[in-house]
Design a protein around this ligand. Structure first.
Ligand SMILES: [Zn+2]
Length: 129
């Protein structure tokens, strides 16, 4: 998986500004490359411990993808408690649909694939653009 540096920077800035709440958003790109993180509102009623991406942002992103824009490759959110691993809540919410999940915590971002059985850690290369 290849990730643009601005994707990482956007996720980390989003995590910092949302703290102590969880931030969330979408990962956009093409094929094996994530080019952009698109911040979305966390509409969950308990945003300090959970996230729910604003459904409007999801609909808009899928619409833009169908119109020729970048594809929705996955989602990101932050863990204000500093643990960058998928939580029990994340595991319960997993759709096992192969989407990429990025989790930001304590100044780092980790990437996982929502695989058929479980979240699989993804190794990645950061690209300058
Ligand atoms: Zn989580």
């Amino acid at each position: 998986m290849k990730i643009s540096k601005r994707t990482i920077d956007t996720i980390l800035a989003c995590a910092t500004s949302a703290h102590p709440h969880e931030c969330c958003g979408l990962l956009l790109g093409e094929g094996g490359r994530i080019t952009q993180a698109l911040p979305a509102a966390n509409v969950h009623p308990e945003p300090a411990r959970h996230f729910e991406i604003d459904p409007r942002a999801l609909i808009d992103a899928h619409k833009a993808a169908r119109a020729g824009g970048p594809q929705v490759i996955g989602y990101y959110h932050s863990h204000p408690n500093g643990d960058p691993r998928p939580s029990a809540t994340d595991r319960a919410a997993a759709a096992h649909d192969g989407m990429v999940w990025a989790i930001a915590a304590a100044g780092e971002v980790r990437f996982f694939r929502d695989g058929e059985e479980r979240f699989e850690a993804l190794s990645y290369i950061v690209q300058p653009r």
